[in-house]
Design a protein around this ligand. Structure first.
Ligand code: NAP
Length: 532
């Protein structure tokens, strides 16, 4: 590093000990930068630290979600299942930080309340809730897109005298469900994971659903020893595929469109999709699934048939079939035994569109058809996606410009990693970033950011900032392609779940390959116009 005008505590400060932050920390530390990581929780894992609700598990294949920067790490860690659960995932991130001796660079219980760019010094002053203050040359906010939990704006939530937890803020102590009257509010990916897992323990389970989702089987399984050995031996090929393709998954895309085949062939193919692992239903389905409404509706017709064949009560299954969006109009959940749960006599489904929630009471939940009493309420009601965490951190850039003001109409980013007016600050894994297997996208972003650090050190630059006109090229791409991408305006990808949030696309609609190309071009230009 070039000597600073005023000394910094660290070259690189990383905020957030999740999958992205840990990799960024590793890269910077390995390259000899002085580093520090601040984490609001008491442990590492990010999503896999906070979301410790029963049933929480990957829906990306475990060995494609983990890191690829070390063959030894890949060889020495055994994922017991194709889609491992939260405890195993959290163990993995602990293993990584210990194996690479990163823990000594992490301060826990450090929730950031302010980040201020000091123009004169060319560095950031970062403050935590407990008063700790750190001066850093670069700040990397790896705070995640699904890390600011939200609750419904319904009166009385604080009045409830029983136990209540949000899935994204689940306690470390076990929650005793046995024999309890339980409500689960929300049927997104988190709710539909909790529901079947607790159903057999509880005395009664009431599911409050506003919008049904196109849930499909996760098809998890144990990975037998022979296959484990094959996966490990195949490291180079697996790494090559997931680091270079568009999705970040190993899945091989199909080569046919929906109506090229007869109905009989289609239904046979859909059956193989139904039995395929996780996201393969999206990434290996007919190639027009996400571009043709008729093709998508055909797949939905197959799913509807499946649901009707599983759920015995006709009135219940009717409520479980989405009518306001097609497949991937919202982020599709992957389930295990979800629909079967509604055949159990002590499980009820409340359709909040028919009987909206009125208030939470001391004893339970009141909807327009009356009050139901509960011992436990599980709020599986989602997150302020994309921008939520970053806009809660008090970030102020050049001239005191607040990120909240700069993004008042939606995020403005370059490559989903930096914003004009906020020099030397990055947010890999933030808005405009992912659109597939997230750790792979975020890993590309971390490597791009790290390349900037290396270049600046080598060429003695002190400040990096994306020029406004360059940032505009990326945001124009987001606007152009978001109109064509599959996730609909009803999804949280457009901020639709937060009242008053601007309706802007929050993911990367151009996909990974375009992002990688633009990153390569930017690096090849030697960050022309970015550096001073
Ligand atoms: P979510 O998908 O946003 O679902 C939230 C649920 O709460 C929805 O059913 C929503 O209904 C409901 N809800 C929100 N506000 C409500 C209100 N005021 N009244 C009634 N219901 C309300 O959140 P999530 O389930 O936590 O999942 C978020 C994302 O996290 C997923 O899409 C996924 O990317 C990730 N995730 C991944 C996994 C995994 O398998 N790896 C597991 C869990 C989560 P509406 O749809 O009507 O808004």
């Amino acid at each position: 590093m070039e000597p600073a005008q005023s000394p910094v505590d660290v070259d690189v400060l990383v905020v957030g000990a999740g999958v992205t932050g840990i990799y960024q920390l590793y890269l910077a530390r390995e390259a000899g930068f002085s580093v520090l990581m601040l984490e609001a929780g008491t442990g590492v894992g990010g999503t896999w630290y906070w979301n410790r609700y029963p049933g929480s598990r990957y829906d990306s294949e475990s060995y494609t979600y983990g890191y690829f920067f070390s063959r030894e790490l890949f060889n020495n860690w055994t994922w017991p299942e194709v889609f491992t659960g939260q405890p195993e995932n959290e163990r993995y991130f602990n293993h990584v930080v210990d194996r690479f001796d990163l823990r000594r660079h992490i301060r826990f219980n450090a929730r950031i309340v302010a980040e201020d760019w000091d123009e004169r010094a060319g560095s950031w002053i970062v403050r935590a809730e407990d008063g700790m203050e750190i001066r850093a040359r670069f700040v990397v906010n790896a705070t995640g897109v699904l890390s600011a939990p939200v609750y419904p704006r319904v009166p009385g939530r604080e009045d409830f005298k029983g136990i209540a937890h949000h899935t994204g803020l689940w306690p470390k102590e076990p929650v005793e469900f046995a024999g309890k009257r339980v409500a689960v509010v929300g049927t997104g990916s988190s709710g539909v994971q909790v529901i079947p897992v607790i159903a057999d323990e509880v005395a009664s389970l009431t599911v409050y659903q506003r919008t049904p989702n196109w849930c499909v089987p996760l098809n998890n399984r144990v990975i037998p020893a022979g296959e484990q050995a094959e996966i490990k031996a195949d490291f180079e090929r697996i790494r090559e595929i997931v680091t270079s393709n568009g999705s970040g998954f190993l899945h091989v895309p199909h080569d046919r469109t929906t109506f090229e085949e007869t109905r009989e062939q289609r239904w046979a193919f859909y059956e193989t999709m139904w039995r395929s692992p996780g996201f393969a239903k999206l990434s290996t389905n007919y190639t027009d699934l996400l571009t043709s409404r008729d093709a998508n509706a055909e797949w939905c017709a197959f799913l509807e048939e499946k649901y009707r064949s599983i759920v015995k009560d006709p009135a219940t299954v009717e409520k479980l079939i989405p009518r306001d969006h097609l497949y991937a109009g919202k982020r599709p959940p992957y389930v295990t035994g979800y629909f079967e749960t509604f055949n159990k006599p002590h499980v009820d489904l409340v359709d909040l569109r028919e009987t909206p929630m009125v208030r939470v009471t001391e004893k339970g939940i009141e909807a327009t058809d009356g009050e139901r009493e509960f011992d436990i309420i599980v709020w599986a009601t989602g997150f302020d996606f994309g921008t939520g965490a970053l806009l809660r951190m008090g970030i102020r850039g050049r001239g005191g410009l607040s990120l909240n003001d700069y993004w008042a109409e939606g995020p403005m980013t370059y490559l989903g990693v930096m914003a004009h007016g906020f020099p030397n600050m990055f947010f890999p894994g933030g808005p405009h970033g992912g659109a597939g297997n997230n750790p792979r996208y975020n890993g590309d972003q971390s490597e791009f950011i790290h390349g900037v650090f290396e270049f600046m050190r080598q060429h003695h630059y002190r400040t990096v900032e994306v020029p406004a006109e360059v940032e505009k090229t990326w945001n124009d791409m987001v606007t152009l392609y978001s109109a064509k991408q599959p996730f609909g305006e009803k999804s949280y990808f457009f901020g639709a779940n937060i009242p008053g949030k601007p309706k802007r696309f929050l993911n990367n609609p151009g996909g990974r390959l375009l992002m990688k190309q633009m990153m390569a071009d930017t690096a090849e230009s030697e960050y022309k116009g970015f550096l001073s």
